[in-house]
Design a binder for this molecule. Structure first.
Ligand SMILES: [Mn+2]
Length: 447
């Protein structure tokens, strides 16, 4: 679908990045008639899975790499069977620009007839000096005799760049494009494969290429809608770029819907409300603004209507259900806790990452602490980072503990969070990685 526009959030997606992608894709379709499709840049976390399930929504399309795929250069040409007469291939080729796909009864590709295969066939049967064979005779032969059966096949969802060397070396003009079962979908011509259209992408809930799907530079970036610090990519073209100081990207989507005089359907509104309440810890995080509160009330009106799965909920009750769906250390492996909600950064010559996990009671950290420390050190080594931090946030008390991979760079000993005997640091009142922790860490590293 080359004309489709993918709306996608950051890798290690959280609820706001999935919900704002779904909500913004909906808004652009409704308001602008755009051909948008919501996508996610990775596996859903437990909170988002719960939200979508509760609302009866399908997870958006998984899109982890923007590099063009064979489907973007595929032509869905009519095909004919191996036993059909060559004359039919001739007629088909006159409509397709010179080729006829020959496909078996069961849908698998048999061979392609094009100018070269036809010429070779006639040379084979007529010899170097054609006698008095008539065109009619020649055209009554079965297609299977004149088809090139050694045409490489590529899956429609495979990335072109992975097969580019092979295609450059092979002097073949036309290639099969098949589905995951090896069944015929279409044909791709070499000149299109070598110059594929770029995937059209809108980024939500992030603007740093490091936090984005792979091969973003191969895509055509159309727009960014976000609420984080700037680390935006270089673009050739001017793009619509909205970064605003609010608690969630879902807030920005809800505001745009209101401005357009639209109200989101209950399930979409419920997803956006979940993203908003998750990012702002039910409107208590220091990132929360009056605009978030207004947007939450509007989304609640749209989401809690009769007939909706959320009928009878309040912002408070639904918010608590959303937060507890993602909270806890007991139901996930330590490796998952440290890698589910993690964001990479660079500053002061350091490469690092900051993970965050939510609990409803910080006391439960005790029994999980050692495995978490081990998982954190392991993650730092595997990703080749200078250090990794894990912010364990008690969403009920609005406070956090900080764990840093060991040995930590000496500069971090100046962090304003007092060390505790168990090796963690106490960060009372800290709940926001973006607004509270990250500026402090970057300020320290870059001073
Ligand atoms: Mn967000």
């Amino acid at each position: 679908m080359p004309d489709q526009i993918y709306v996608v959030g950051h890798i290690n997606p959280d609820t706001d990045s999935v919900a704002s992608a779904m909500g913004y894709a909906w808004l652009l379709r409704e308001r602008d008639g755009a051909n948008t499709v919501a996508a996610r840049a990775g596996a859903l976390n437990p909170q988002t899975s719960w939200v979508l399930k509760t609302l009866g929504l399908e997870p958006p399309l998984l899109l982890t790499d923007a590099s063009p795929r064979f489907e973007s250069v595929m032509h869905r040409l009519d095909s004919i069977s191996p036993d059909a007469q060559l004359g039919m291939a001739w007629t088909l080729a006159s409509r397709t620009g010179g080729l006829a796909p020959i496909v078996n009864e069961d849908g698998t590709p048999y061979g392609i007839i094009n100018g070269l295969s036809l010429f070779q066939y006639f040379t084979d049967i007529l010899g170097p000096r054609p006698g008095d064979a008539t065109v009619r005779e020649m055209m009554s032969a079965p297609c299977k005799d004149a088809a090139n059966t050694s045409v490489p096949k590529f899956q429609s969802n495979a990335h072109i760049r992975d097969s580019l060397n092979r295609i450059l070396r092979a002097e073949i003009d036309d290639y099969w494009v098949v589905d995951e079962n090896g069944l015929y979908l279409g044909v791709a011509r070499q000149r299109h494969i070598l110059n594929p259209p770029r995937l059209k992408i809108i980024l939500v809930d992030h603007n740093e290429p490091r936090q984005s799907i792979a091969a973003l530079e191969e895509a055509e970036l159309l727009e960014i809608l976000d609420h984080h610090r700037l680390g935006n990519p270089y673009t050739h073209q001017p793009i619509r770029f909205t970064v605003d100081v609010v608690g969630s990207t879902s807030t920005l989507v809800a505001e745009q819907a209101t401005e357009a005089g639209l109200s989101a359907p209950p399930a979409i509104a419920g997803a956006l409300l979940s993203g908003l309440l998750s990012d702002t810890l039910i409107l208590t995080s220091p990132t929360t603004t009056a605009r978030d509160k207004a947007a939450a009330e509007r989304l609640a009106r749209w989401a809690f209507v009769g007939g909706s799965p959320l009928k009878g909920e309040t912002i408070e009750s639904f918010g608590k259900a959303v937060l507890s769906a993602g909270a806890g250390l007991s139901n996930r492996k330590p490796e998952e806790v440290v890698s589910t909600d993690i964001k990479p950064f660079e500053g002061g010559g350091f490469k690092f990452a900051v993970a965050q996990a939510e609990v409803t009671d910080i006391m439960q950290l005790g029994e999980h602490l050692d495995p978490l420390k081990y998982a954190l050190d392991d993650l730092r080594d595997k990703r080749g980072l200078d250090f990794v931090m894990l912010l364990i946030t008690d969403v009920v008390r609005g406070s956090s503990r900080l764990i840093i991979s060991q040995p930590a760079p000496p500069i971090l000993s100046d962090l304003p969070y007092p060390p505790l005997p168990d090796g963690t640091r106490d960060a009372p009142g800290v709940v926001s990685r973006k607004k509270q922790l990250l500026p402090v860490v970057l300020g320290l590293l870059e001073r």
